[in-house]
Design a protein around this ligand. Structure first.
Ligand code: TYM
Length: 326
């Protein structure tokens, strides 16, 4: 059986990077695969400090954005991670197969623990183990993510192999699926990825930003001193990031975009990209507004999703515990 699994942290409104790196594929894959699960990974999100009220609202907002983007609860299972406690149980078992130096080598651990002036929490340290558990709990075969998750998925793959070797073949080794736009950069620093935790408000375009905000953010986007529009990600990362976004939202190739932008200078080009982004997300933004008014519907969707996920997870977890010798 082929099964898709992926997750997103409920940390405010998802941004263009989340959409173009992952959510766009999620929408496609719920049609193309017979089974797909998408999780709002609240357990992962408390690895850095979160305000409970804000977190609670973020879970519902993230759900609303996913539905507004086209995630359909009739075609996939959308659920809140913490409602299926088997994630934590399997996380413990897999943690006992994972060595400390491997976890220490993760770039997200190095970056995020350095930002938290203390040492960083145990949860932040073991975060990739929980992620492996998320995937393996459903015996998932395909995991659509952005490039920043590739290292985490290598751990999931290695852990599946290790478990299979130690206890008997049980898990498929999950495949990482990257979109063509696998990494969207910050609009303020084209060397960094677009990230929800970016302190600069202008760096990140949220999926539900207003047309005015989108225009402003693209107008302020950092480019270089050449006015032509070209696609050269290593030589001209700023303008190339704009071309990549423009290509992704219009469904054209970067080469087509460059060809149709001959004669535009980057200042005018920024306006063109902003307009394309506004067009693409206008229906999502209005549907999000509608769903936000209906919190009881969102809760119902999550409730139903949790029940279905639990039904799949419970027998797998039971079998794993038996294999381990419990
Ligand atoms: P998160 O919440 O940071 O991001 C959700 C998805 O968006 C992708 N993404 C990007 N893609 C392209 N460019 C960007 N600038 C960009 N920023 C984010 C991420 O790669 C991700 O696919 N650890 C995961 C959540 C997770 C998960 C899982 C994913 C938990 N368990 C199991 C897959 C399978 C995370 O923090 O994603």
């Amino acid at each position: 059986l082929e099964r898709v699994f992926s997750g997103i942290q409920p940390t405010g409104i998802p941004h263009l990077g989340n959409y173009l790196g992952a959510i766009q594929n999620w929408v496609r894959f719920q049609e193309e695969y017979s089974s797909a699960l998408y999780s709002i990974v609240d357990l992962h999100s408390i690895t850095v400090p979160r305000e409970p009220k804000v977190l609670h609202q973020s879970i519902l907002d993230t759900t609303a954005v996913l539905l507004a983007c086209g995630i359909d609860p009739q075609k996939c299972i959308i659920f809140q991670q913490s409602k299926v406690p088997e994630h934590v149980e399997l996380g413990w078992i897999l943690g006992c197969l994972t060595n400390v130096p491997r976890l220490r080598s993760f770039s997200q651990w190095k970056v995020k623990s350095a930002i938290q002036k203390s040492e960083g929490s145990v949860g932040l340290f073991t975060y990739p183990v929980l992620q492996a558990a998320d995937i393996l709990l459903y015996k998932s075969t395909h995991v659509p993510v952005g490039e920043d998750q590739v290292q985490h998925l290598e751990l999931a793959q290695d852990t599946a192999r290790l478990f299979n070797k130690k206890y008997g073949v049980f898990f498929p080794v999950p495949q990482t699926i990257l979109n063509t736009t696998k990494k969207i950069k910050s609009l303020r620093d084209p060397m960094a990825k677009m990230s929800k935790s970016d302190a600069q408000a202008l760096a990140t375009v949220d999926i539900t930003d207003s047309p005015e905000e989108i225009v402003l953010k693209f107008r302020k986007a950092v480019t270089d001193f050449t006015s032509e529009v070209t696609y050269d990600p290593s030589g001209r990362p700023g303008v190339s990031n704009l071309v990549a976004i423009h290509a992704a939202v219009t469904g054209l190739s970067p080469e087509d975009i460059v060809r149709q932008s001959v004669g535009l200078d980057t200042a005018r080009y920024k306006g063109v990209v902003a307009e394309a982004v506004i067009q693409k997300f206008a229906p999502v933004r209005s549907e999000f507004g509608r769903l936000q008014e209906d919190q009881s519907y969102l809760k119902k969707v999550l409730q139903a999703g949790a029940e279905k996920a639990k039904e799949l997870a419970a027998p797998v977890c039971l079998e794993i515990k038996r294999m381990v010798g419990f």
